[in-house]
Write a protein that binds this ligand. Structure first.
Ligand code: ME8
Length: 648
């Protein structure tokens, strides 16, 4: 049976995954899970692009053998994906022998049939983009038209792929298959790119010693990394090795990538290579937009590159949310705010707002308040005669269908908006029907029916969010006590909870993040049975990195002398010994300690604080003490330590 074949790009391993790389992989994982849950056999491929010159260069700069470097980095990618709940079927690495055999074989075949020919190359190369540019495309600045980095001049004999010969066939294919390139904006970009005229592309690099050697002509160096990398999608099917059996996956139904690598590579060179090989083309190429940070492209030099796990971990620490659910919350944010046509701004504030608003207030609260009331009013058992009002049943089914349609179109923001309509409908329904009032009026039967809507809605959400938040979905299924996550097309079944079905005690999945100050604009108006969840007292933006912490130099000082500061009731002037160095500091502890009580004591002091003039005294640091209801309480080492000892 043909498997639904989904791919991500294979990632350059010169640096670790960031939120941009994670976006494509999370989108692919959500698509794979969605199609699996709809009953398709899925084949989900990701991996690493290891033969690139820039990868080799970074390994050399670090003084590590390149093979060792790529081995280590491939592990970093695998670990990151595992921790982000990515469930791929195959992880391919372009340094694998089976892949090198495919590259060599394709190169040979195309050369034998005249689609690859020998010539010479004069032009510019961008190492960052691993892309050749004809002189005519490069301005006087000699910087890359795509990324703006300086270009390298190349003048070398090389092989060319006859891309120009495929120009009209490519155009015809794109025009005849509106599904082939999505979203529409990328299709138009690609047609624009092709209409400028396709040039043959250099597909070998002489003088290079890392990559797949040009077959039968090693003097010509190695195969161009993009020609090599694109073929990973074919290698992973077992083409060359499995006879016709590779067709159980080929061609891919969905190839996902960022917008930068769609028009030039995946929508032109790649299908042209497949046409040259006589292979069917992928059905759909989808190019999402980019995450930008503070309106700028992410870059190491700007220091605005986020590592996905750091973001999830920070949320977990700040909110008290268990890490697997914080990871799912991160996945939710990635997909809810996913840049589709245009680029989108990634921000921690935006993440917090989605977390508090959509997850803690909406989804978490729907489950929590429904289960709480079921326990309070019905001892945690579904009462007799509970059934769903027809209007709600229709609405749930309609929203599930809309979610399905949007997920099918890789439009996760829309799909999630549609699914969340179910939550809003139940919240409105609770407010209108007020089960708490019904209970006071001794109308338990009607109250049970109203709460039954919450159960059906929570179960539907469990199904509809699974592709996006797989661990949260499992937890919802567990609290609803329904065992396995239900099948996709039974998401809104109205008879899912028989009378007497027991429910678990509710446990908050998404503890709220405390707003920094003032009103929390992300929170929705509360209604009467609002769940109270634990509130930590730090928000994510309050968290500092370990590097920021390391800038603080805290040492143990011994207090040599202490005296009151004239005309002040609060301040003491302390003379300290910090590892043989004498320092003076002014400390606000005179109301809590007399000079006699502090002399001889060992205390922690922040020694790299900018000096300050306080009441005419230069204070060269700050002592650290516990603050108990505004009173200072001294901190001491457990035992006497050499003065000047570092605190870390
Ligand atoms: O291009 N926002 O690998 P890569 C969203 N090895 N997506 C982003 C992004 C951002 N800020 N930054 C990068 C390569 N990406 C090649 C692929 S496939 C045969 C070879 C996306 O590691 C980018 O658009 O540079 C691309 O889809 C992916 O990360 C990998 O980028």
């Amino acid at each position: 049976m043909k498997r639904y074949y989904i791919t991500t790009p294979i990632y350059y391993v010169n640096s670790a995954p960031h939120i941009g790389t994670a976006l494509t992989t999370i989108v692919a994982d959500a698509c794979a899970r969605f199609h699996k849950r709809r009953g398709r056999a899925v084949y989900f491929l990701t991996g690493t692009d290891e033969n690139a010159p820039k990868v080799h260069r970074v390994a050399q700069e670090r003084g590590v053998p390149t093979q060792q470097f790529v081995d280590e980095m491939a592990e970093v990618f695998r670990n990151t994906w595992r921790q982000l709940h990515i469930e791929y079927d195959v992880f391919i690495r372009t340094t694998e022998e089976r892949h090198k055999r495919v590259v060599a074989e394709v190169f040979r075949r195309l050369r034998d049939q005249g689609d690859i020919y020998k010539g010479s190359y004069q032009g510019w190369y961008c190492i960052a983009c691993e892309t050749f540019f004809a002189s005519s495309k490069v301005g006087d600045s000699r910087t890359c038209p795509d990324c703006g980095k300086p270009l390298e001049w190349r003048d070398e004999p090389c092989y060319y792929f006859r891309l120009s010969a495929y120009e009209s066939r490519l155009r015809e294919h794109i025009v005849a298959h509106p599904q082939f390139i999505q979203p529409e904006v990328r299709r138009n970009e690609t047609l624009g790119f092709i209409n400028e005229g396709l040039q043959d592309v250099a597909v070998s690099r002489s003088g290079a010693d890392w990559g797949v050697p040009v077959p039968d002509d090693p003097e010509s160096g190695v195969v161009y990394v993009w020609f090599d990398a694109l073929l990973n999608y074919l290698t992973a099917t077992g083409w060359l090795e499995r006879g016709d059996a590779y067709r159980d996956t080929w061609p891919p139904e969905l190839q996902l990538m960022g917008k930068d690598i769609l028009p030039r590579f995946h929508a032109t060179i790649w299908p042209a290579m497949l046409m040259a090989l006589g292979l069917p083309l992928p059905e759909r190429l989808y190019g999402h937009g980019w995450w930008i940070v503070n309106k700028q492209k992410m870059s190491k030099s700007l220091g605005n590159v986020y590592a996905p796990l750091d973001v999830a971990q920070a949320l977990a620490s700040a909110s008290g949310c268990a890490l697997p659910y914080a990871v799912d919350a991160f996945r939710y944010y990635m997909l809810r705010e996913m840049p589709t046509d245009a680029d989108a701004e990634f921000s921690l504030e935006g993440f917090e707002a989605r977390y508090n608003g959509d997850l803690a207030n909406d989804l978490g609260n729907l489950l929590h308040r429904t289960l709480s009331m079921m326990h309070r009013y019905f001892g945690g058992r579904v009462p007799d005669g509970a059934r769903l009002d027809a209007a709600l049943a229709d609405l749930f089914a309609q929203q599930a269908a809309r979610t399905t349609e949007a997920y099918e179109a890789v439009d996760f923001p829309q799909g999630l908006r549609e699914a969340w309509q179910i939550i809003s409908a139940v919240n409105r329904y609770y407010d209108e029907q007020a089960p708490w009032t019904l209970m006071k009026q001794n109308n338990a039967e009607r109250a049970g029916q109203v709460l039954y809507a919450g159960l059906i809605a929570a179960r539907a959400l469990c199904v509809l969010v699974e592709p996006v938040m797989p661990r949260v979905a499992r937890e919802i299924a567990c609290q609803l006590n329904i065992g396995e996550i239900p099948n996709w097309n039974e998401a809104t079944a109205t008879n899912a909870f028989p009378a007497g079905h027991t429910l678990q005690e509710p446990k908050p999945i998404f503890p709220r993040l405390q707003p920094k100050s003032g009103a929390d604009t992300s929170a929705r108006a509360s209604n009467s049975d609002k769940t109270v969840q634990t509130t930590p007292n730090t928000t994510m933006q309050d968290l500092i990195t370990i590097d920021e912490f390391k800038r603080l130099q805290i040492r143990i000082a011994t207090v040599k002398a202490a005296e009151p500061v004239p005309k002040s009731t609060k301040l003491l002037k302390l003379t300290l010994d910090v590892g043989g160095e004498e320092r003076t500091i002014v400390a606000g502890i005179a109301e809590d300690y007399t000079p006699e009580q502090i002399v001889g004591k060992q205390i922690p002091v922040l020694v790299n604080l900018q000096p300050a003039l306080i009441r005419g005294i230069v204070s060269e640091g700050m002592m650290l003490a516990a603050d108990v209801d505004g009173k200072a309480v001294l901190l001491h080492p457990d035992r006497e330590v050499p003065s000047g000892s570092t605190v870390r």
